[in-house]
Design a binder for this molecule. Structure first.
Ligand code: HEC
Length: 155
């Protein structure tokens, strides 16, 4: 028979393990929030760039630079918040639209991420409207390329 002392320590052990899981999920909530904040910033920056592409806003090198800087800053902040670590696959109270395949073996997410970085770099190197318009589609495609594989549709 289990002594009451052993029983107590076993129960305490279970509680500690349970608490560890809760803490991990709470951390995941913050990571997911950081990921979604990053993506909202991407969406906002993309809106300004797309308006130039569509001719709804005049070409403005300063707007292009500010938008690309905003994406780079969002990317860096997400990295600091570990927003893309496997520990952020599932939250406690926050819903995520990231597919678990991101973190599966053989995931292409690294290549999708790199395509986005490369497209940003190429667009940042442009100096006039013609260059901007030639380079912009690759940036849009890099967002879509990752979403297509790794983002669940909302709703
Ligand atoms: C490497 C993959 C990847 C790239 C590149 C990427 N996204 Fe995303 N995006 C995601 C994932 C995954 C989600 C879902 C995040 C979640 O719900 O946890 C997402 C979500 C979003 C959302 C919804 C955010 C929200 O919660 O409301 C927007 C807007 C968005 N992305 C815009 C963009 C734009 C614009 C670009 C390109 C400039 C881009 N993304 C590039 C993977 C990517």
């Amino acid at each position: 028979m289990l002594s009451s002392k052993l029983l107590k320590s076993l129960t305490a052990g279970v509680l500690v393990v349970g608490l560890g899981v809760t803490l991990a999920y709470a951390a995941a909530d913050d990571q997911i929030k950081a990921r979604q904040t990053e993506m909202k910033a991407n969406g906002k920056a993309m809106g300004a760039l797309a308006a130039i592409m569509k001719g709804e806003a005049p070409y403005d090198a300063a707007v292009v630079k500010a938008s690309l800087d905003a994406m780079a800053a969002a990317d860096a902040a997400a990295g600091e918040a570990k927003a893309w670590d496997a520990s952020s696959m599932e939250g406690a109270t926050i819903e995520t639209w990231a597919k678990p395949e991101i973190w599966a073996e053989g995931s292409q997410v690294g290549a999708k991420y790199q395509a986005w970085v490369d497209a940003r770099t190429a667009l940042a190197a442009t100096t006039d409207e013609a260059g901007f318009k030639a380079a912009f589609p690759a940036l849009g495609a890099s967002c879509g390329g990752c979403h297509e594989m790794y983002r669940k549709p909302k709703g």
